[in-house]
Design a protein around this ligand. Structure first.
Ligand SMILES: C[S@@+](CC[C@H](N)C(=O)[O-])C[C@H]1O[C@@H](n2cnc3c(N)ncnc32)[C@H](O)[C@@H]1O
Ligand SMILES: [Zn+2]
Length: 490
């Protein structure tokens, strides 16, 4: 390796920098989604691309000649760093030429703490010979997916990830699609005509504990609140009512039966682990709630089903019924068989049985409270159908690899393809676990990692992992593909 002397005595960035403009762009970038590497896989400390691009460029060109020159270059940087100009040759080519002219050679850039890959991606974009490393294996995987594979394999990889992603989805659907049956409207109701079909987006569950009042003993569905849709133009909620010793629900609000007066859906049955029984009105203190969970006395109950119609806007809701539970139980039975099969096939436990963090000590306790509630292994963070869906997807991705090699793909290339298929499963996992929240302001599923922690969640949404709607594999694959496409053009 020849070592070139760095011919710039004083770099532009040492003199001046358009801090405000680049900061604004960096902040704006958080809302830019399609194709952005943050949508491939979360990395907490990932730097904004705008700041990475601007600082890389400003470090590789010389200080300005005068004030006028400085202004001109600052204006250019303010444009160069915009996400919209990421693949715009007018800016990118000029930046590359400026750097090459200033240095007289192609610079090598090494980021030894590259994490989520923002800095090396931008160095690459600016025409540098780029190296990246990190000691965290997840970061290394992300770096391979962002930097190495797209450069090495380009368009062919994009096509194969699409093709094999669809293969994985179809195979998974064949095997587990029946556990997410469509709703066929039997009789014209609040939404839908007789015979119309709706696709389940997901199932809303509430964890439950028994009321501790000895003369009551009713099941308390733990729900932090009852809103399903809480938008300016659409207000829908679950209305709880008591029948005998049982809490039941009705869907109320816009498009459904009217919202009862004096009903405040934002007041749920549990706050800070203190639960209120709707049957007798008594409360369960937080310590007892935690104890009930740790002793395995807590349960869960499917409360509602979220649906969608391919030709209709918005989401639809209905209360869960015995048929929904029957399908769930069938999935549970099938899971036992599938686990058995995969244990033999893989030679390891298909559902992760490693312990979750104990959550002791101050900082960590805030981040991981699930241990206090008996979620002792990582596998406990998924209900049976979620486990089934996830291990089935993993199975299919491994099958895809085997098939590709069988069909004569080079192993290294096949590995690159399944890296993206696996990353798509990760996107499903962060929305397919029993800590996933239904975001009623967007009528969408929120990523579990939106909170940078794993706190206990009382009511959660179980996504339909094989559907084309939010949170499913199709959508996940779409996001991953757009990042791959972007990176292969960079
Ligand atoms: C602040 S983050 C870097 C973020 C990165 N610039 C990005 O845009 O995503 C620091 C990174 O250093 C890595 N790291 C920490 N100690 C390291 C070491 N001794 N060797 C290699 N990497 C290390 C961490 O895993 C983490 O990804
Ligand atoms: Zn009670």
């Amino acid at each position: 390796m020849t070592v070139n002397e760095f011919p710039i005595k004083r770099a532009f960035i040492e003199e001046t920098f358009p801090i405000k403009e680049v900061s604004d762009e960096s902040a704006r970038e958080k809302n830019i989604r399609h194709g952005h590497i943050s949508t491939l896989h979360i990395w907490w400390a990932r730097r904004p691309l705008a700041a990475s691009r601007a600082t890389a460029y400003a470090s590789l060109i010389p200080a300005p000649k005068d004030v006028e020159d400085a202004e001109k270059i600052k204006n250019f940087i303010a444009e160069l760093c915009k996400w919209e100009n990421s693949l715009n040759p007018t800016y990118i080519e000029k930046a590359r030429n400026d750097i090459r002219k200033a240095l007289g050679y192609t610079p090598r850039v090494l980021d030894t703490f590259a994490g989520g890959g923002a800095i090396p991606l931008e160095a690459l974009r600016l025409g540098c010979e780029t190296y990246a490393s990190d000691y965290n294996p997840i970061a290394v995987l992300i770096l391979k997916a962002v930097l190495e594979y797209p450069q090495k394999y380009g368009e062919r990889l994009v096509e194969d990830v699409k093709k094999w992603g669809e293969w994985v989805l179809e195979e998974a659907k064949k095997e587990i699609g029946r556990f997410y049956p469509n709703d066929v409207i039997e009789r014209k109701g609040y939404f839908g005509e007789t015979g119309e079909e709706f696709i389940p987006v997901g199932y809303i569950w509430a964890r439950t504990i028994p009321c501790q009042n000895p003369s009551c003993n009713a099941e308390i569905p733990l729900m932090r609140q009852f809103w399903l849709a809480k938008k300016d133009k659409k207000k829908v909620a679950l209305y709880p009512y008591v029948e005998g010793k049982e809490v039941k629900f009705r869907v109320v609000g816009d498009g459904y039966e009217p919202m009862p007066e004096n009903f405040d859906p934002s007041k749920g049955t549990v706050r800070r682990a203190i639960a209120t029984c709707l049957v007798c009105g008594s409360t369960v203190d937080a310590k007892t709630t935690r104890r009930l969970f740790q002793e395995g006395k807590a349960g869960q109950r499917m409360i509602a089903v979220v649906l969608h119609h391919p030709n209709k806007k918005g989401k639809f809701y209905r209360v869960a019924n015995e048929k929904d539970m029957e399908v769930f139980r069938q999935a549970e039975e099938y899971l036992a068989k599938k686990v058995e099969e995969l244990r033999k096939k893989w030679g390891l436990e298909p559902v992760p049985d490693e312990p979750t963090p104990e959550g002791k000590g101050k900082g960590a306790e805030r981040a991981f409270s699930v241990r206090n509630y008996g979620l002792n292994t990582w596998g406990d963070l998924f209900n049976s159908r979620q486990k089934l869906a996830l291990i089935t997807f993993v199975d299919k991705v491994r099958e895809a690899y085997r098939k590709m090699v069988e069909e004569g793909y080079e192993e290294e290339y096949a590995k690159a393809v399944v890296t993206y298929l696996g990353l798509a499963i990760n996107r499903v996992i962060v929305r397919t676990n029993n800590l996933s929240l239904w975001d009623n302001t967007r009528e969408d599923i929120a990523s579990t990692f939106g909170r940078q922690a794993l706190p206990m969640v009382w009511d959660y949404i179980e996504t339909n992992a094989v559907s084309e709607t939010t949170g499913g594999y199709t959508s996940a694959l779409g996001w991953v593909n757009r990042v791959l496409e972007h990176c292969s053009q960079a």
